[in-house]
Design a protein around this ligand. Structure first.
Ligand code: UT7
Length: 325
């Protein structure tokens, strides 16, 4: 069965607080805290980009796994904020890390559920052929969203998380993953400009359309709670486990109110639900692998623990994964 051989995470140093945002757009610490639970987030330095964040998280995960770049057999990067339009961030990461000429690919556009989908793909690849697969979730959202739209800009931050998966041994077993998609809800969270339907033009750039994240906030909220709780219950049922078997639930960190609502729906005690959204905001596909690394590194996970990950994102996608430590 697929194993996690090593965990990694990285956040840039620069801290952007709610007070910082309140000096740039019409918002307040009180509004952001009460609606989202976010107090601060990290933003990449000007000379940092997606590849730098990916590299740092990957180095930590490879070190934790006791592996060298030469040992990696495949690389998957889940991101909506790639290093460049083409090629994929994963091929640039292969070169940066000094890996062999192993296959690489990005899983893009899946928003915040992208990394759990990526480990689902990776475990299928490993089942087919025993490999060591580096799976990164990375987002540098501060570079691609509007710094003028108060409804979205205050929500996000930059981060990267990574694991190395392999065919056995390691620190935890990836027991199961369930994911799903409702493409009819693609419009509730979308950035349209830049694709073939709405290519970049001078006018669209001048209007800032390339940074316009259209988000139906309350609909996303509702779907997030509904889907993360139901996919987690489906996963537990398939594993013949119940809520009390979960030592730690690591949900996508978009909004503390969403996390609380999922916790209530599942009937899981607060102390068994991981939260770091207050310190990092929503870091897209990085929240789950980065949170997993923080929990692991901070000693919140013990041998024998069942850890459940769950996420939702633009698509509309949702996914849950179970790790047995
Ligand atoms: O990874 C997926 C990413 N997205 C999400 O997870 C989003 C899910 N949704 C949410 O987290 C919440 O819906 C939000 C945090 C986005 C918004 O919270 P809400 O309680 O649903 O607020 P609302 O959209 O109902 O907005 C309430 C008011 C509006 O003003 P009016 O129309 O009532 O006068 C907004 O214009 O709050 C206003 N508002 C703000 N005010 C101060 C929106 N953003 C801000 C802001 N500061 N930053």
């Amino acid at each position: 069965m697929t194993a996690v051989l090593g965990f990694g995470g990285y956040v840039p140093e620069r801290v952007m607080t709610n007070e910082d945002w309140s000096r740039l757009v019409d918002t307040t610490d009180e509004w952001i805290t009460s609606r989202t639970g976010i107090k601060e987030r990290r933003f990449a330095a000007e000379d940092e980009s997606t590849l730098d964040l990916s590299e740092q998280a990957a180095l930590v995960a490879m070190k934790d796994a006791g592996l060298n770049p030469d040992d990696i057999d495949e690389i998957v990067v889940a991101t909506d904020t790639p290093e460049v339009y083409t090629p994929d961030t994963a091929s640039l990461l292969q070169d940066r890390l000094g890996c062999r000429n192993v296959p690489t690919y990005d899983l893009g556009g899946s928003g915040c559920a992208g990394w759990i989908q990526a480990i689902d793909v990776a475990r299928a690849r490993i089942a087919f052929e025993p490999k060591k697969v580096l799976v990164v979730g990375v987002e540098l959202i501060s570079r691609l969203i509007s710094w003028e739209d108060r409804a979205t800009c205050v929500l996000f931050g930059d981060a990267a998380g990574a694991v190395v998966l392999g065919p056995g041994g390691g620190k935890a077993t990836l027991v199961d993953v369930i994911s799903g998609t409702d493409g009819s809800k693609a419009d509730i969270l979308t950035l349209q400009t830049g694709g073939t339907r709405h290519p970049f033009t001078v006018d669209s750039a001048a209007a800032g359309d390339h940074q316009r994240l259209d988000m139906k906030g309350s609909e996303v909220f509702r779907e997030a709670v509904r889907r993360m709780s139901s996919v987690t219950l489906d996963l537990l049922e398939r594993l013949d486990k119940d809520i009390d078997d979960i030592a730690l639930l690591i949900p996508h960190q978009a909004n503390k109110r969403i996390i609380d609502a999922v916790g209530q729906k599942l009937g899981i005690a607060d102390e068994r639900v991981f939260v770091n959204v207050d310190r990092y905001g929503n870091t897209g596909s990085a929240t789950v692998p980065f949170g997993l690394w923080e929990a692991y590194e901070g000693g919140r996970i013990q041998p024998g623990d069942l850890v459940v990950l769950t996420a939702f994102g633009a698509g509309f996608h949702w996914a849950s994964a179970a790790l047995q430590f």
